[in-house]
Design a protein around this ligand. Structure first.
Ligand code: PMP
Length: 351
């Protein structure tokens, strides 16, 4: 590459997504997908959309989907923004809301997309360390800041903050946008969507990828008061005015309406998480208290990287992060009970 281009290209630090390996008989517990198929009603709705309307452009305002999400969360459709996965919603939030004279704050350790977006949008960011128990302490956010973004529950720790603590954080920063990334909230966390009518600086971001088993469809959304949603719409329109295709809009509407599937599936995953947590503890692991569809665990006698490699040799894939403070840990997605049992059996061969 020429001298001119190489510094420009190497200054771009892209996010490295979790691996999607193509191996047979793999127990894939590395990217926090839902182990169950989505609701049949979603598949029916996508098929109907494909049969009827695929030659037509989708609704650029996604009004039916926004109305369905609004009805589910008790807000107005104008208080809902939708995008291609919550990653895109987060990207628009960084561009529209999180760039200020004073720094953006987010936890260290947290979702590794935040530094990527901060770099891409030229946002000055300060990473606020977790406390000794790997928890977010909102007292550490009482400092000059332009905006805050926080996953609740946090990733990859899985630890959640109670709603009252989130409310304190939002109330303590009335002049700063506070974005709560609730990708995993449906597995036992408390959603801040209920606070939206009260706080004009709060934006809550959620996804259909985890609790609704639709990672492949790419649908995410944000709930906030109208000015914040309007800001997101303006950024979106500056890129491309179709937030989602017809199949995604139709599938997501069916998903948000199927409350019975949602409750049953998240219940199964929470029960499997509790079972896996006790199996891991019985084998000497320290497991952080998770409110997500994964657990973050370390073993006193086995380095995280070595353990991940040995699991992989036996066709079980989990996520290991090289970052020094968490290098001992494995992030293990909650699979079906059969997948979790396979993981435990393989661990018994290794430990
Ligand atoms: N936020 C967090 C904390 C995540 O872990 C993820 C999943 N990698 C996302 C957002 C994005 O998920 P999606 O784009 O599939 O909605």
């Amino acid at each position: 590459m020429s001298k001119y281009w190489s510094p420009i290209v190497s200054a771009l630090k892209p996010y490295v997504p979790g691996e999607q390996p193509r191996m047979a008989n793999l127990v894939k517990l590395n990217t926090n997908e839902n182990p169950y198929a989505p609701s049949d009603k979603v598949i029916e709705a996508i098929r109907a959309a494909a049969n009827a309307d695929l030659r037509l452009y989708p609704d650029p305002l996604a009004l039916d989907l926004r109305a369905a999400i609004a009805a589910r969360y008790g807000v107005e459709p104008e208080e809902v923004f939708v995008g291609n996965g919550s990653d895109e919603v987060l990207a628009h939030s960084f561009a529209a809301l999180l760039k200020h004279d004073r720094p953006l704050l987010y936890p260290d350790i947290s979702y590794s997309f935040y530094p990527t977006y901060a770099g891409l949008f030229g946002i000055d960011a300060v990473e606020v360390p977790l406390d000794d128990a790997f928890r977010v302490d909102i007292a550490d956010y009482r400092r000059p800041t332009g905006a805050i973004i926080l996953p609740n529950p946090n990733a990859p720790t899985g630890i959640g903050l109670p709603l009252a603590t989130i409310e304190t954080l939002v109330a303590e920063h009335p002049d700063q946008p506070v974005v709560i990334d609730e990708a995993y909230v449906d597995f036992g966390g408390e959603s801040a969507t209920a606070l939206v009518p009260k706080y004009e600086n709060l934006l809550v971001v959620q996804t259909f990828s985890k609790s609704r088993a639709l990672a492949g469809l790419r649908v995410g959304f944000a709930i906030g008061q109208r000015p914040l949603i309007e800001a997101l719409e303006r950024v979106k329109d500056s890129f491309n005015s179709y937030p989602l295709g017809r199949a995604a809009q139709a599938g997501a509407i069916a998903a948000i309406k199927d409350e019975a599937w949602f409750q049953a599936t998240r219940g199964k995953i929470i029960a499997s998480r509790e079972k896996l947590t006790s199996e891991l503890k019985r084998r000497g692991f320290e497991v952080l208290p998770s409110q997500a569809n994964f657990v973050f665990a370390r073993h006193p006698n086995h380095a995280g990287g070595t353990l991940a490699a040995k699991l992989r040799e036996r066709a079980v894939i989990v996520r290991h992060f090289a970052k020094p403070r968490i290098a001992d840990f494995l992030r293990i997605t909650i699979g079906t009970d059969e997948e979790c049992a396979r993981l435990v059996a393989v661990l018994d061969e290794i430990l």
